[in-house]
Design a protein around this ligand. Structure first.
Ligand code: IVH
Length: 674
């Protein structure tokens, strides 16, 4: 004996252990050992295989990387064609699909499975006796390319199946690049002067067609399995739902957000919900795939040309588009902040023409290196204002110089000053017309004083005619003055006077919010009103006392103190008071009562929440009765998600934890503090 059988056994044991931990990490998302421990075991296997190269097999975990660069890809013939799907662009088209299905199946009794339509590339994986022997792209459906070496680098693709696999199994699914990896990849490409990819799908396609598998290995693709070629006669799988369960048993990653529906009703809701929530996923989806669940019914319904008639892709409205950024311009906000925005070559996005998009702030433009003349990706999620995601860089194109921020206010030419860690520059002139206009707009808005009949054009005209220069002036308006404004008649003028009068009885928190103190949003205004009861108490409160209010941080406290140090603001307050506005809470102290929405719940926060600093969000949760914890576990009740969420989101999804956003939090606060 030369010890070979033992070595062989040892190698096999190590391989099984490594496969197990690979599966726990990349498929189940619940590792049991540290990366260092995994690496140690891996090196042990590598060493043993180095000593005994004759024992290396293609399914060894060491064979994921290391294949030699290729000169090209050989063609692969798909014996069972890889079909594509018909599209539905509306709920009506989904209903139409359902009618067709019931008529072809000869029954109304149809179950459906809905799956997220991952925006990646369809690939086919062939396993012989449980070992991955071939990985291919879809190509044109009948002929694709052999990209086995590249697909082997994908950690969520098992090199060897678990359970008792059939002698031959072809699994199909979507290879994709998760968003965090996509962002990192594009950043490093930009740093090294390479073209950036316009979207994760192109990046995934480029990766699969890499001739050097080492390059593919450096880009962490992932894979969701969604179908398999099975011989009905030999298999006891009778539905798509069971097929997905079988794929999981084989060791594949199957998307956790799949759903089985007894009828079409739930399908429509699923599509609608995911169209709204798509932005919370750590990968891109472009729709929902709706499939008839029963394989027998699928067979009966059949396919025409290259499309099955038992499945359809419900396509979402496009969320991103590519266009040219013509010019960067500056808006001056209510607080004097110089806010950059992009003037775009008009482009269609989600059914509307987009001509401009926000660039958030100076820091953002610098970080993303957005320049005039760039080709840019723009994004729209839900109803929010379109945003510029970033430039699409092509090698060899000559770019303009980075945008230079003005040294004076572009509206009033006053001096400007950088603040807030350089993210924003502010115009220091309190009389800046732009600031006056924005303050008035804010003051009359629905969430503030709720004064109907004062649109932006009217406000602008009032300022221009100098009949109004500050919010307090609104309450001295006479009907003669109003009648001088374009578009006003007797009736509309008296309506405006009436709504001005009515607004005087607005409660204190709304009035406080209407003042437009920097960092004092609706929620903060309510917190301040509750804690201090009157404007005078707030005015006289030292910084520490303001900061002691749960939900209020140092920046906000400074801004509040600063507001009351300015003489003009105090004069304005005086005038408003004279007009009868209430600057104190009336009646009983209102504290949130029982039925706090987050009573006894554990909440984890991730990402940047719109309208809240991290501290404010924590305090808001506390006010609502909840407890904030830092990591997601089975004990977490809710994940509070903002923009650019971290890995916590994926974890929460995996554990099926409830997900809420800033709007939801705001709603809860609104209810609890009413
Ligand atoms: S099923 C016969 N399921 O969408 C069914 N496709 O045009 C064929 N896709 O080429 C596909 N997620 O690349 C199916 N859960 C999913 C999918 C999915 C993404 C892609 C796939 C296919 C295209 C359909």
């Amino acid at each position: 004996m030369n010890g070979k059988p033992e070595i062989h056994q040892q190698i096999n044991r190590l391989r099984r252990i490594l496969e197990y931990h690979n599966h726990r990490y990349h498929v189940l998302n619940s590792p049991e050992i540290s990366d260092a421990e995994y690496d140690r075991l891996y090196r042990q296997l590598l060493d043993l295989e180095g000593l005994h190269p004759e024992l290396v097999t293609p399914d060894s975990p060491t064979q994921r990387v290391g294949a030699e660069p290729q000169s090209g890809f050989s063609k692969v013939y798909h014996e069972v064609p890889m079909l594509s799907l018909g599209n539905a662009f509306s709920e009506a088209e989904l209903q139409e699909f359902h009618r067709r299905v019931t008529s072809l199946a000869g029954t109304d009794d149809i179950e459906y499975v809905t799956e997220l339509k991952i925006d990646g590339l369809a690939v086919s994986l062939t396993y012989e006796n449980g070992i991955l022997t071939r990985g291919a792209t879809r190509g044109n459906g009948t002929e694709g390319e052999d990209v086995t070496s590249n697909l082997k680098t994908v950690r969520s693709i098992p090199l060897r199946l678990t359970g008792i696999p059939p002698s031959r199994l072809e699994v199909r699914g979507e290879a994709y690049l998760p968003l965090p990896a996509f962002r990192i990849m594009n950043e490093s490409r930009a740093d090294t002067g390479q073209d950036s990819f316009a979207n994760p799908r192109n990046a995934a396609a480029g990766t699969l067609r890499q001739l050097d598998p080492k390059v593919a290995a450096s880009r962490p693709l992932a894979f969701f399995a969604y179908s398999a070629v099975i011989d009905d006669a030999k298999s006891d799988i009778t539905s798509q739902w069971d097929l997905l369960a079988f794929l999981m048993d084989c060791g594949f990653l199957v998307n956790p957000d799949r759903k089985l529906h007894r009828d079409i009703k739930g399908v429509t809701k699923y599509c609608r919900d995911w169209e709204k929530q798509r932005g919370t996923l750590p990968y891109e989806i472009d729709g929902v795939v709706v499939k008839v669940n029963s394989l027998a019914q699928q067979k009966k319904i059949g396919a025409v040309s290259r499309e099955p008639r038992w499945a359809i892709a419900y396509k979402f409205q496009a969320a991103t588009a590519i266009t040219r950024l013509l010019e960067i311009r500056i808006n001056v906000g209510r607080t004097g902040a110089l806010i950059p925005y992009a003037v775009l070559d008009p482009v269609q996005l989600g059914g509307v023409t987009i001509k401009s998009a926000t660039l958030h702030n100076e820091e953002d433009v610098r970080r993303k290196d957005i320049r005039e003349g760039d080709t840019v990706v723009i994004k729209r999620a839900g109803d929010v204002i379109p945003q510029v995601v970033g430039p699409v860089l092509k090698k060899g194109t000559v770019r303009n110089d980075p945008f230079v921020y003005p040294e004076r206010c572009p509206v009033c030419d006053a001096e400007v000053q950088k603040e807030d860690d350089g993210a924003f520059t502010y115009c220091l002139n309190r009389n800046c017309p732009a600031q006056r206009f924005e303050s008035l707009k804010h003051f009359v808005s629905l969430e503030a004083m709720d004064i109907a009949g004062l649109g932006p054009q009217t406000l602008e005209k009032m300022l221009e005619m100098k009949i109004v220069t500050s919010p307090a002036d609104l309450f001295s308006l006479t009907s003669e003055q109003i009648l001088l404004l374009p578009g006003f008649k007797e009736k509309s003028a008296s309506n405006l006077l009436e709504s001005l009068e009515k607004s005087k009885s607005r409660d204190f928190p709304h009035i406080l919010f209407a003042l437009g103190i920097r960092h004092v949003g609706e929620v903060t205004a309510r917190l301040l009103a509750d804690a201090f009861r009157s404007i005078d108490n707030i005015k006289n409160a030292p910084r520490e006392e303001i900061m002691a209010v749960p939900g209020i941080g140092p920046e906000t406290a400074d801004s509040i103190n600063g507001f009351f140090r300015i003489r003009e603001n105090l004069l304005q307050l005086d005038q408003l008071r004279k007009h009868g506005l209430r600057f104190e809470l009336s009646g009983e102290r209102k504290v949130p009562e029982n039925n706090l929405p987050l009573e006894g719940k554990t909440v984890v926060i991730t990402g940047t929440l719109d309208g809240y600093t991290r501290q404010e969000a924590k305090d808001a949760v506390a006010i609502l009765g909840g407890k904030v914890s830092s990591s997601v576990s089975s004990k977490t009740d809710f994940l509070l998600v903002g923009a650019n969420p971290g890995s916590k989101l994926a974890k929460a999804r995996e554990l099926r934890i409830g997900i809420i956003d800033a709007n939801e939090l705001e709603r809860m606060m609104g209810k609890a503090l009413k």
